[in-house]
Design a protein around this ligand. Structure first.
Ligand SMILES: C[S@@+](CC[C@H](N)C(=O)[O-])C[C@H]1O[C@@H](n2cnc3c(N)ncnc32)[C@H](O)[C@@H]1O
Length: 339
């Protein structure tokens, strides 16, 4: 069956109209997540009418919305019943990928920032800051429900790459690793599980650490609250996953240099990031680059960009591994340079 993303569109008119209509598809997914439609279909395949009665919607409208989800390949229609398709499982609230939380962010909260794209284009100020009057991490920190959703979405993304990253780090025989901007510790938990000789530090903003300590079993990881623009915890190796892309070059160099200051001479740094020129089809890296522009003022980067940032901060790239379609692991070692 051909669906939204797998159809090859020949006519330019159809291609462009499909691009323009992308927003509607995102809205349809967020409606379905918000109303637990994927959960309903997972628990029991049902007709549009049964779903409409259960959720209090109009039956003919729900039928059309469900057919939209069939078009996206998230739901299948089997006779009169609608059934969750394999891709739809990724949008269940309990799915480890956290895409339900991600939908809430991308399709709802972040959408507000995108609405002022003209102002961002003129001023360079991220849309989020224009709309909310403060940077995104400060805004998230003041709303505990939103902060929880953000952590779930972020750790969901991390879960996709964590095992591969952990296996790679296992080769290094490290005894201590610090995850800078490590959120609720999801990546560190996976790394420690395949590296029994290792101890882990997770460094993040104090409000993130407070929540992380509540959800994590005590004693396994040491959680440290702080501001990575000031300093980070000392360790022989640090990992930063989806952190550098949140920041401008100047800010990124400051964070990386604080890592440099916290390491011994032979220190190692791992960056988990999308890379613009390390993917035959960098679909997500390109769109995430625009999202960073609208949310944080950060950007996605190429190999040359990372090489430049890391060497300015005192590191030399040793290797770049592609972890999944949209993420690379960069390993660099500390070098002694004058800054
Ligand atoms: C995009 S999230 C990535 C989270 C996690 N590393 C992952 O890959 O799922 C960026 C993280 O940086 C943290 N962060 C933002 N500003 C920070 C600061 N000034 N000091 C320390 N952590 C900060 C955020 O709280 C958040 O957990």
């Amino acid at each position: 069956m051909r669906t939204y993303l797998t159809t090859v569109l020949q006519r330019p008119e159809t291609r462009v109209l499909t691009m323009i209509s992308g927003l509607w598809m995102s809205r349809l997914i967020s409606f379905s997540v918000r109303n637990n439609i994927f959960e309903d279909l997972y628990n029991c395949p049902c007709s549009a009418n049964e779903l409409a009665v259960r959720r209090g919607f109009k039956s003919d409208i729900i039928q059309r919305l469900l057919l939209g989800l069939v078009h996206l390949g998230l739901v299948k229609k089997e006779r009169e019943k609608f059934v969750l398709a394999e891709d739809g499982f990724l949008l269940l609230q309990k799915a480890p990928t956290g895409f339900a939380a991600m939908t809430q962010l991308w399709s709802e909260l972040f959408d507000g920032a995108w609405q002022v794209i003209d102002q961002t284009a003129k001023t360079g100020i991220p849309g989020f800051e224009i709309v909310h009057g403060e940077p995104i991490f400060a805004f998230i920190g003041r709303d505990s429900a939103l902060a929880k959703t953000f952590d779930t979405a972020m750790s969901g993304l991390t879960n996709i790459i964590a095992t591969e990253v952990a296996n790679h780090i296992a080769l290094s025989e490290l005894t201590l690793l610090c995850d800078v901007g490590g959120g609720n510790g999801a990546l560190m938990r996976t790394i420690l599980a395949s590296n029994p000789q290792m101890k882990g530090l997770v460094f993040d903003l104090p409000h993130v650490i407070e929540r992380a300590i509540v959800v994590t079993e005590p004693g396994v990881i040491t959680f440290i609250g702080g501001d990575f623009f000031e300093s980070v915890s000392s360790a022989p190796a640090h990992i930063l996953s989806n952190v550098i892309h949140d920041w401008s070059d100047q800010e990124a160099i400051r964070i990386l240099h604080n890592v440099w200051r916290a390491q011994p001479r032979e220190g190692v740094i791992y960056l988990v990031e999308m890379m613009l020129d390390h993917d035959e089809e960098p679909i997500l890296a390109r769109s995430t680059d625009l999202n960073m522009l609208m949310l944080t003022g950060g950007c996605e980067r190429s190999y040359t960009d990372f090489d430049r940032l890391l060497s300015r901060a005192g590191f030399k790239i040793l290797s770049v591994e592609k972890i999944v379609d949209f993420t690379c692991l960069i390993t660099a070692r500390r070098i002694d340079v004058a800054h």
